[in-house]
Design a protein around this ligand. Structure first.
Ligand code: LHQ
Length: 258
């Protein structure tokens, strides 16, 4: 099994599972990930996802053994398996936490950056490894990096392909938090469970609004916020949130995605 899917109350944990290859990506793994996302979306009781890696690495990017002597067209074909996955992670109406348990290299680094909230273990690192093998950052690297850390740092990360330690990644805003190795999985599960207990429609709409912000003018973004706020405002979770505030009690949101 190239990935493992574990069902928890309100959320699922997806674990990349080729530890002997630092969870390097294959076409089969991408297909399995896509299927896991389809199944999660189809299940209304799944309100959050956690993505992590088995063993000492998170994901070492494309399995290089599969592209030795590959023709340029083969590389393009491979990306037709990976790039839709990146778009799918962004478009999924479910918050996705990524727990980067070890090295995240090449497409593996960018797979992590496509998730909504990224935690990384102190021993983890992020490497835009592409330049080392004469390639350019793909799987959204050239899009995510400048937006997350600014142009100067993005260019150096992409061109030098040096590992960025988790601590610096957090300082630079590439990720949400660095945590100690021993506590990573517990903290990631607690964060995912917390998201799973929140107002699911609002989180899905927030995700959509933030994704549009990169290409919208302020004017258009304000229109979008108004449109999506009407949707959020019509949800029972909104009514419950306001009532709970006024009653000075914690809100109890719906247990299925609306
Ligand atoms: C691996 C891999 C790996 C196979 C470690 N493949 N075996 C997509 C498709 C189309 C076009 C092109 O682009 C892409 C996107 C990409 O992702 S391209 C970038 C691909 N990734 C890389 O270039 C990273 C390659 N790996 C590394 O540089 C190192 O392994 C890192 C820095 C990730 C970790 O270094 P170490 O901690 O020193 O581990 P290691 O190198 O000893 O690796 C452990 C084992 O895993 C080892 O096997 P072995 O049998 O010797 O124990 C490696 O061969 C294997 N492995 N990455 N991508």
């Amino acid at each position: 099994m190239t990935i493992l899917v574990e069902h928890r109350p309100g959320y699922r944990v997806i674990t990349l599972n080729r530890p002997e290859r630092l969870n390097a990506l294959t076409v089969e793994m991408a297909a399995a990930l896509n299927e896991a996302l389809d199944e999660a979306e189809a299940d209304n009781s799944c309100r959050a996802l956690l993505l992590t890696g088995a063993g000492r690495g998170f994901c070492a990017g494309q399995d290089l053994a599969a592209i030795v002597d590959a023709a340029p067209a083969d590389l393009g074909n491979l990306l037709e398996h990976y790039h839709p996955l990146i778009l799918r992670l962004r478009a999924l109406p479910i918050p996705i936490v990524c727990a980067v348990n070890g090295v995240a290299a090449g497409a593996g680094a960018n797979l992590a950056l496509a998730c909504d909230i990224v935690l990384a273990a102190r021993s983890a690192s992020f490497v835009q490894a592409f330049a080392r093998i004469g390639l350019i950052p793909d799987c959204g690297g050239t899009w995510f990096l400048p937006r997350l850390v600014g142009s100067a740092r993005a260019r150096a990360l992409a061109m030098l392909a040096e590992p960025l330690p988790a601590e610096t990644a957090a300082e630079w805003g590439l990720i949400w938090h660095m945590v100690e190795d021993e506590t990573l999985i517990d903290e990631a599960q607690a964060l995912t469970a917390r998201l799973a207990a929140q107002a699911s429609a609002a989180l899905a709409l927030t995700k959509r609004a933030l994704d549009m912000a990169g290409s919208n003018t302020l004017d258009r973004q304000l229109d979008l916020e108004r449109e999506l706020q009407l949707e959020a405002g019509a949800s029972p979770d909104h009514a419950e949130g306001v009532r709970a505030f006024l009653d000075k009690r914690p809100p109890v949101f719906g247990r299925t995605r609306s």
